[in-house]
Structure formats: structure tokens, C-alpha cells
Design a protein around this ligand. Structure first.
Ligand SMILES: [Zn+2]
Length: 198
């Protein structure tokens, strides 16, 4: 009789544990619509991109950083792309940025960035891009840039349109910053030699 109470308390904790753990397990299996692409699996909005060309490209490796678990290296690149729109219509769409293993030419990671190019304009867009390499050792890398004429696959859900329910709050909170980061633009400056030539 005297020992009944402590035993009951223990039991309550145990019950709580049994309730919470299966709940966490269940939510990790349950998928929900991705908040970034709204479940479409694509970042839509590509329009008139076939009239956009890359007039120059400049990129520097800023740093390599180990990821959270220190298992793989991440490559942070500063990429400046000068884009020209030859048409009379505004172009909106995506550029695909690919990190490539320099020695074997193998693509390691893709990132997508949004661009808006006004009609008959040349603009420069600058991005700080973090690529995953999936590799532990530091290797020589290169960056390829490609204009997409169609919609880009959503990088958050990898084009599936679904994310696991327990990552939803994090992704939803990041949605705004994800979109903001992809939109930082710099005014285009003509190269120094062009100015000197008048
Ligand atoms: Zn998505």
C-alpha cells in the first residue's frame, strides 16, 4: 500500500513515453504537401526564358565547410551571372547551378535560383550558393550555369511535392528566407575595358 504511489508516478511517465514515441514515429512516416512548391514538385513561373542568354559568368569558391554531422564538405561559392534579355517581353525563370568534380567532370549537386530580366536589358545577379558535395575529402570543383526554359524541380522536396510531416515547420519557416536569398540582384556594371574604349 505504501509503495503504491511512487509506482503509479513511474507508470504515468512510462505511459507518456509510450504515447509520444509512436506519435513521433508516425509523423515521420506521414507525408504532407511541400509548402515551398505547394505540392507541385516544381517551382513554377518560368516565362520567356528562351530569349535569355548568359553574357558572362564569374565565380569564386569562398570556403568549404563541413556539414552539421561533419561527414561531408559543403562548398560555398559566390556566383555572378550576367544575363541579357533580347526580347521585348520580361523574362522570369530559373537558372540551374551545378557543382562539378573538376577532374572527372561528374555533377555533385544542383541548386536553382530565380531570375527576372526586364525586356531589352542586361543585368547581373549575384548569389551565394551552398553546394553539398557528398564527399569527405576536399577536391577541385567547378561550377556550371544553365538557363532553364521550363520550370525547375523544387529543391526542398526534390521534385516529389511531399515532405515528411516533422520537417514541415522548419521548411515552412525557411520558405521566406529561401525565396529572399534567391532574389538578391546587383546592378550590372560594364567591364572596365568596355568603359575605357568609350
Ligand atoms: Zn517542394
Amino acid at each position: 500500500m505504501i509503495h503504491y504511489r511512487p509506482k503509479f508516478r513511474l507508470q504515468k511517465k512510462y505511459v507518456a513515453f509510450l504515447t509520444i514515441v509512436p506519435l513521433l514515429t508516425a509523423t515521420s512516416i506521414l507525408n504532407t504537401g511541400c509548402p515551398v512548391c505547394e505540392g507541385d514538385g516544381v517551382l513554377s513561373g518560368s516565362h520567356n526564358m528562351e530569349n535569355v542568354r548568359i553574357s558572362s559568368l564569374d565565380y569564386q569558391l569562398v570556403e568549404t565547410v563541413p556539414n552539421a554531422c561533419a561527414m561531408f564538405l559543403l562548398y560555398r561559392y559566390r556566383i555572378t551571372i550576367t544575363l541579357s534579355n533580347d526580347s521585348n517581353k520580361e523574362a522570369i525563370g530559373w537558372v540551374k547551378l551545378t557543382l562539378v568534380d573538376f577532374t572527372v567532370g561528374k555533377p555533385l549537386d544542383n541548386q536553382y535560383a530565380v531570375v527576372e530580366v526586364p525586356p531589352r536589358k542586361t543585368i547581373a545577379v549575384r548569389y551565394m550558393v551552398l553546394f553539398g558535395s557528398g564527399l569527405q575529402e576536399h577536391i577541385k570543383t567547378d561550377v556550371y550555369v544553365q538557363i532553364l526554359t521550363e520550370d525547375a524541380p523544387c529543391p526542398v522536396c526534390s521534385g516529389t511535392g511531399n515532405i515528411s510531416l516533422n520537417t514541415y515547420p522548419i521548411v515552412n519557416a525557411l520558405k521566406e528566407s529561401f525565396i529572399q536569398e534567391a532574389k538578391s540582384e546587383v546592378p550590372w556594371q560594364p567591364p572596365a575595358w568596355e568603359e575605357a574604349m568609350g
